[in-house]
Design a protein around this ligand. Structure first.
Ligand SMILES: [Fe+2]
Ligand SMILES: [Fe+2]
Length: 335
């Protein structure tokens, strides 16, 4: 399979993976042959890229950072929580804890896989999508640290609820940290460590954040981890970057630029070992001018995957950029 930008889809292309909304509704299933009307619909819905079948890259499997069923279940739980908050009803913290456990279960099983949030097929409802993304990234970072299963579940629960004070809206007012914390601390089933993530996830490592201007290790471990995941997802999708969404490698450059000021540099270091810049199936331009599709990752070296170069008619060959150090990825091609 191959990941292509919606603008370069053609009628007759066959979907290799289903396309979902955040609430779990399938827009189109895998195996569907695309028509012009479907492609138009993708554009209207803001879906930027999809996986299509391509015989030249039959062996390429897009590894998702989490399976779509788990993701949909988690999104549903969060949607429910936001609705209840909106209606001033009690939320059920045990459903959130259960959702966190599902993420942790999955991530522990796939601990050696890298993550690229670019490869998600899910759209709409920004805050829910954002919170699920942040929880998944957090789980991968936490998994690289020596946390127990219970600590990991608490950490990921904290990530899931970090923006609950924001309600289901795009705007992120400073008060949302206190609102979220006040709501969460009252829930007997939610640990204080998880709830504190709501309160502290906008504190900066150098003491310039809010609400209390906490500094360094004065900020809880969980909040420092979620801060990195949160910041990365915000840069990736534009809300921390003047509304311009960027590619994972560009988002990571922003992360590196604020490591030590906004973000805890130790967490950023761990994050580097979990991230994938160029997801399997995406097309890249190499420094020698060749185009290729990423077929495999070298975890820990996100900038140097294995690439299958091709011309219009032929396959040139596979290049492991970790072995061939004269070559590097110049650009990602998704249009
Ligand atoms: Fe926030
Ligand atoms: Fe957030």
């Amino acid at each position: 399979m191959r990941l292509v930008g919606v603008n370069s889809l053609k009628p007759g292309d066959e979907l290799a993976r289903p396309v979902f909304t955040a609430s779990g509704k399938i827009i189109l299933n895998s195996g569907m042959v695309l028509k012009e009307a479907y492609i138009e619909k993708f554009k209207q819905l803001g879906i930027n890229r999809v996986y299509i079948d391509d015989v030249r890259f039959e062996d390429v499997m897009a590894v998702q950072p989490i399976d779509i069923t788990t993701r949909n279940e988690v999104a549903k739980v969060l949607k429910n929580a936001y609705t209840k908050i909106h209606n001033s009803e009690e939320i059920d913290e045990y459903t959130i804890k259960d959702a966190a456990k599902k993420i942790v279960d999955y991530v522990r099983e796939y601990r050696d896989k890298g993550i690229s949030m670019l490869s998600m097929d899910v759209v709409d409802e920004y805050v829910i999508e954002h919170s699920v993304n942040v929880a998944i990234i957090t789980a991968y970072i936490g998994n690289r640290l020596s946390y127990t299963f219970n600590q990991l579940c608490d950490l990921v629960a904290g990530a899931l609820i970090h923006d609950l004070g924001r309600e289901n809206c795009a705007e992120e007012k400073p008060e949302h940290v206190e609102t979220g914390f006040e709501m969460m601390r009252k829930l007997r089933g939610m640990s204080l460590n998880s709830s504190k993530v709501c309160y502290e996830h906008h504190e900066n490592f150098d003491g310039t954040g809010y609400p209390r201007k906490l500094k360094g290790t004065g900020i809880s471990d969980y909040a420092r981890i979620v801060r990195v995941a949160d910041y990365y997802d915000n840069v990736l999708h534009g809300s921390e970057n003047n509304g311009v969404s960027v590619m994972p490698h560009q988002a990571f450059e922003v992360i590196l630029a604020v490591s030590g000021s906004i973000l805890d540099p130790d967490v950023v270091q761990v994050f580097r070992d979990t991230i994938v810049f160029y997801p399997d199936g995406c097309t890249v331009k190499l420094s020698n001018g060749m185009c290729g599709v990423v077929i495999r990752q070298n975890i820990g070296s996100p900038q140097r995957p294995v690439v299958r170069a091709f011309t219009d008619n032929d396959i040139i060959g596979d290049f492991n950029l970790l072995e061939d150090l004269t070559l590097f990825v110049q650009d990602i091609i998704l249009s």
